[in-house]
Design a protein around this ligand. Structure first.
Ligand SMILES: N[C@@H](CCC(=O)N[C@@H](CS)C(=O)NCC(=O)O)C(=O)O
Length: 255
């Protein structure tokens, strides 16, 4: 797999004969699906695309040209991270990532829904900081407090139980990026060690989950990409293979 982002005019790589995920390396939604593919130990290939100069063929897989999109059979695809993840979980049930209890599944969805305001505050802070209002900071912390309360109430290692599940992999990509905000001068978005002790402990166990380890990027790396995107010139190909904090595939030696 190349970390290069394909762009307008680039050819579509040959179909690999296995699941193929169209993604962008820094996209939190695409990361959700990568984590699920990793957790379910499914063979897959990643194709990264430049979202500012999209290759023509992406629209065949994703009508709006958004990522992630999953090619589940040659030439056939579905898009949207939540749709893809539920599809994968139901299609490949060997490693199940959702509770068997319908009520718990509903509670997981409500948690994700309630967290959305923290996500949107993050986007404002990261990419549109001149529009940042005190209410954004408030919403962000409300989202974190709510998540922490749920972690404490459930009392399990992960929100899903002893192992991470869909709910964990859905929320994680944003938590990973939130840690970049203080590095971008947004200290009001930092996690206070005392206030967020349970959330920080949860984040540390998530960081060591194999599916996450294989794809996670350091806050410094997210901050660097965010800066380039906020300036209007996203540096899609800035990553060196060593930037992945840990990796399931062997690392290339630097020349
Ligand atoms: N609801 C979608 C959101 C996907 C999304 O917004 N992806 C962004 C990249 S992080 C994208 O493709 N942006 C390109 C565009 O909107 O043209 C999902 O969960 O997959």
């Amino acid at each position: 797999m190349s970390e290069k982002h394909l762009q307008t005019g680039d050819a579509l790589p040959t179909y690999p004969g296995k699941l193929r995920l169209f993604a962008m390396r820094f996209c939190p939604y695409a990361e959700r699906s990568v984590l699920v593919l990793n957790a379910k130990k499914l063979p897959y290939e990643l194709v990264f695309i430049n979202l500012d100069h999209k290759p023509e063929w992406i629209f065949k897989y994703s009508p709006k040209g958004t990522v992630p999109a999953l090619e589940y059979e040659e030439g056939k695809a579905i898009f949207d991270s939540n749709i893809i993840n539920v599809y994968l979980d139901e299609k490949y049930p060997d490693i199940s990532l959702q509770s068997a209890d319908p009520l718990r599944r509903a509670q997981d969805k409500m948690l994700v829904e309630n967290f959305a305001s923290a996500q949107s505050a993050y986007y404002t802070a990261a990419f549109n900081s001149q529009a940042l209002q005190p209410s954004n900071v408030e919403n962000y912390h409300k989202g974190l407090e709510l998540l922490q309360k749920e972690i404490e109430t459930r009392g399990t290692k992960f929100l899903n139980g002893d192992e991470p599940g869909l709910v964990d992999y859905t929320l994680w990509p944003f938590l990973e990026r939130f840690e970049a905000l203080p590095l971008l001068g947004k200290s009001e978005f930092a996690f206070d060690k005392d206030k967020y002790a349970a959330l920080i402990a949860y984040m540390n166990v998530m960081k060591s989950a194999p599916a996450v380890q294989a794809y996670r990027l350091a806050p410094e790396t997210h901050a660097k990409f965010t800066e380039s995107r906020a300036k209007g010139d996203p540096d899609y190909n800035m990553l060196d293979s060593s930037d992945t904090v840990c990796c399931m595939r062997p690392r290339k030696k630097k020349e």
